[in-house]
Design a protein around this ligand. Structure first.
Ligand code: SAM
Length: 135
């Protein structure tokens, strides 16, 4: 179904560096939710600095979220999930919405891709986290 037929009027698709889109093309305090699904995990320790979830990036995102807005991350790489929690737990202005440990159940609204379904069949894990902008 086309977005217009579904009644969606605020859809934009941008083929561009997401960091630049957030920095330069979105007004402050304008977003209800930011969804970051399966960002490149950069497995090797010496490449971890290339991971998109870093203190500076998440503060820039916070500025674009409304107060109460949600930053939802998902990854199938446990070490990246731990890294996300480490970064987010000390990031000013955010609070983890999870009530039983840092992770949440797989939310219905996150689409199940063929790739993820195959991972489930192979017994691989996926970790979801939702942090709210609280100030
Ligand atoms: C592991 S794939 C996951 C793709 C998709 N989100 C999914 O769940 O199937 C990560 C993707 O992020 C893209 N990517 C990495 N850094 C990016 C950036 N700064 N801006 C936009 N896309 C980026 C990569 O090109 C790659 O296609």
């Amino acid at each position: 179904m086309a977005a217009r037929d579904a009644g969606i009027t605020n859809l934009r698709v941008m083929c561009h560096d997401a960091v630049e889109v957030f920095e330069h093309m979105l007004p402050v305090a304008s977003l209800e939710t930011v969804q970051l699904f399966f960002p490149d995990p950069w497995h090797k320790a010496r490449h971890h600095k290339r991971r998109i979830v870093q203190p500076e990036f998440v503060q820039m995102l916070r500025d674009k979220l409304k107060i109460g807005g949600i930053f939802h991350m998902a990854t199938d790489w446990e070490n990246y999930a731990e890294h996300m929690v480490e970064v987010m737990d000390v990031a000013p202005g955010y609070k983890n919405t999870a009530t039983d440990g840092p992770y949440i159940e797989r939310p219905e609204e996150r689409p199940l891709t063929k790739f993820e379904a195959r991972g489930h069949r192979l017994g691989h894990g996926v970790w979801d986290m939702k942090y709210a902008r609280v100030e």
